[in-house]
Each structure stands twice: as structure tokens, then as C-alpha cells.
Design a protein around this ligand. Structure first.
Ligand SMILES: [Zn+2]
Length: 260
């Protein structure tokens, strides 16, 4: 799948069975509906080739390779609009971000756009352009106009993807300390004194890159040492933390980052 087209259903705040036939995914005031939890809906892949078999016709002249994701609502827009609330909009943006990540779709106006933006781009075809989205009431701001709404939706999706990647990096860092524990856990009892001595003596006077190099070599040696018991691990950890904390933690970090 190469693109995502964002829609509103022009219906009520809860998606009906009929609404669901027109999109791969619908976000409504109950949650997210797609082929995995809602019978009758088709997976995005149904639109890989719209000439064969059933597909979802969500965007005239733009269905092939495009995932259709809709938010439920906007019945009678603009006269008596039935508008989704902020929480539903948040879930809508999160859901589009999910699909961008899952299908590795970059967030650009050419790859993530609204139905209205797409129709406007095809204006040469002299067709009646759709208007989803030309109006987004989001918390205390209201976005008006097709371009502004498209830009706003992309901006929200990019924010979500960015904050997810920061969170993942943090989680990876947390995992690092578990790995350090694991490495230390592999050191044999009788080798503790040897290691302790080396940390204390060998690296003490080294400086800069030489020190780093030694530290990495030292850690390399630790990795190949087999099993110890839990009390040994505690001894080593407490010793390293007392004596040579900076160098050792640095080296462990460096090593594990290189490996992962
Ligand atoms: Zn639409």
C-alpha cells in the first residue's frame, strides 16, 4: 500500500454497516473498525489491484494502492453538522499514524491526503470535488479550508510518529540496563578478582580513545565468560558501582549499542 486517503463518512457518530462498506478503516465514537474486528470490511490489500475481485471504492479515480480511513460523522455538514469530538479525532490521527508505520508510508501531501485534496488535484477531470475535509473542530481551535485541514492532519500524524519514536528510543535505552545485568551475570566467581583488578589498575591511567578501546576490549572478554550465580552478580555490580562506575558503564553501553 502506497498512500492513505482520509475521509469523513458524512454520517452519524457511530459507523453503520453501510458506512463500513466504503472504507478499509473507520474510527467512530466506539473505536476503530477494520477487517480484523468487523465482518464485511475488506483489508487494505483488497485495493492493491482494483481490477480483480472486490475492493473498497472510497476515492473515485484514486483507489488503487490507497488505504481509505474515515472518521464517523459530519452528517448534514455544514448546515447542521454532526461533528466528532476531540477524543475521536485523536484516535483518528493515531490510527492513520498506525497505518503509516505499518505500511511504511511517508507523511507527505502526495502520500497522506484528504479526499478533498485529492479531488482538487484532479480538477482537470471536471468532477464534483468532495469536501472532506474542509472543517475540523479540534479542542479549542477550528481549522477551516481544504489545504489547512490537510496540513493540520499531516502535522498531527507527524507529531504522533515523532513522539512514538522518542518513546521507543527510551525503551531501548531501558533495555540496555537489562543487557548489562545479563552480561555481568555471566561472569564466573573465580574471575571476579581478576576483573576487579584489571578495572582498577589497567584502565586507571589511560586517557581518551585508548581508554575507550581498552574498556571495549575488556567488555569483549566478559561476554565469553559462562554462567555464575546470583550472589556473584551482586558482588560484581556493587563493586563496579563503587569503584569504576564511569568507565565500566561507559564501556558496557558502548558495547551493547554496537551489538544491537
Ligand atoms: Zn471521502
Amino acid at each position: 500500500m502506497k498512500r492513505i486517503c482520509a475521509h469523513w463518512t458524512a454520517g452519524n457518530l457511530t459507523a453503520t454497516e453501510s458506512d463500513k462498506k466504503h472504507y478499509h478503516v473507520i474510527v467512530d465514537n466506539i473505536g476503530v473498525h477494520d477487517h480484523t474486528n468487523s465482518g464485511g470490511m475488506l483489508p487494505p490489500e483488497a485495493n492493491n489491484n482494483c481490477k480483480i475481485g472486490r475492493y473498497v471504492a472510497h476515492c473515485k479515480l484514486g483507489n488503487t494502492g490507497t488505504i481509505g480511513i474515515a472518521i464517523a460523522g459530519y452528517r448534514n455538514h455544514p448546515e447542521e453538522s454532526v461533528l466528532p469530538d476531540e477524543k475521536t479525532f485523536d484516535l483518528f490521527f493515531e490510527t492513520i499514524a498506525d497505518y503509516c508505520e505499518q505500511y511504511d508510508i511517508e507523511v507527505t501531501p502526495q502520500t497522506v491526503y484528504t479526499h478533498a485534496e485529492y479531488d482538487r488535484r484532479l480538477s482537470d477531470f471536471h468532477r464534483d470535488g468532495k469536501i472532506d475535509f474542509n472543517y475540523i473542530p479540534y479542542y479549542d481551535i477550528i481549522i477551516i479550508g481544504i489545504s489547512n485541514c490537510g496540513d493540520f492532519i499531516r502535522e498531527k500524524i507527524l507529531e504522533i510518529i515523532k513522539s512514538r519514536s522518542i518513546r521507543r528510543r527510551k525503551e531501548k535505552k531501558m533495555g540496555l540496563f537489562d543487557k548489562v545485568r545479563e552480561i555481568v551475570f555471566k561472569i564466573k566467581d573465580e574471575q571476579i578478582f581478576d576483573i576487579v583488578e584489571r578495572v582498577e589498575n589497567e584502565f586507571k591511567d589511560l586517557k581518551g580513545s585508548e581508554k575507550k578501546q581498552k574498556a571495549v576490549e575488556f567488555i569483549n572478554e566478559l561476554i565469553d565468560i559462562p554462567v555464575i550465580n546470583e550472589s556473584t552478580e551482586e558482588k560484581i555490580i556493587s563493586y563496579l558501582f563503587d569503584k569504576s562506575i564511569d568507565l565500566t558503564v561507559f564501556a558496557l553501553n558502548k558495547y551493547v549499542w554496537k551489538k544491537s
